[in-house]
Write a protein that binds this ligand. Sequence first.
Ligand SMILES: Nc1ncnc2c1ncn2[C@@H]1O[C@H](COP(=O)(O)OP(=O)(O)OP(=O)(O)O)[C@@H](O)[C@H]1O
Ligand SMILES: [Mg+2]
Length: 178
Amino acid sequence: MTKLIEMKAIKKSFNIGKENELEILRGIDLYVNEGEFISIVGQSGSGKSTLMNILGLLDRQTSGEYILNGVNIKTLKDKDLSSYRSKKIGFVFQNFNLIPRSNAQKNVELPMLYAKVSAKERKERAVELLKSVDVGDRLNHNPSELSGGQKQRVAIARAMANDPDIILADEPTGALDS
Ligand SMILES: Nc1ncnc2c1ncn2[C@@H]1O[C@H](COP(=O)(O)OP(=O)(O)OP(=O)(O)O)[C@@H](O)[C@H]1O
Ligand SMILES: [Mg+2]
C-alpha cells in the first residue's frame, strides 16, 4: 500500500511569543495509507480542526514533519501549496464556507474553474455531483436559501469536484441524518 500521509511530531501553537500563547497540538504522529478511511475524535476545542487545516495545507505546523505523497511540505512555497491543494485535496469545512452570493451549482463549479476545467464539463459534473447528494433540485439556490443539511451536502459535492486523492471532512455529517 502506498503511504499517502506521514506526520511526525507535529506541533502547533498560536500567538507564539505573546502572553496568550497556546500550544494546541503537542506532537502528533499520523500515518495514512492510500484507500484508508480514518476518523479523528476528540473533545470540542481539543484541536481536531487545527490538525485538519494542517493536513489540508490550509495552515502550517509550528514544528515537526509533514510528508504528503512523498513530498515534505516544508519544501513547498505557499503558492505551490495552494495549487497542490486545489488539485489533490477536497475539504468539507466545519462551517461549510460556501460562497454566499453564488448558487449551489456555481459553488460546486468553483474548484473546477481553478483547475481550468471547461465550462461545459464544469456544469455537467456539478449537476451530477449535486444530484448524487440529493440536492439536484436546488441548483439555483444561494446558501442562505438552503437548509443546514443541504448546505452541508453542497459542501460535500464541492469537495469531490476535482476527484481529489484526499477528502478531508471536518464534522461533515453534523447536520445530516444517516
Ligand atoms: N487562529 C487561532 N488563534 C488562536 N487560537 C486558536 C486559533 N484557532 C484555534 N484556536 C484554539 O485552538 C483550540 C483548538 O481549536 P480547534 O478548532 O482545532 O478545535 P476542535 O477540536 O476542532 O473543536 P470543535 O469540536 O469544537 O470543532 C481552541 O482552544 C481554539 O480556541
Ligand atoms: Mg472543529
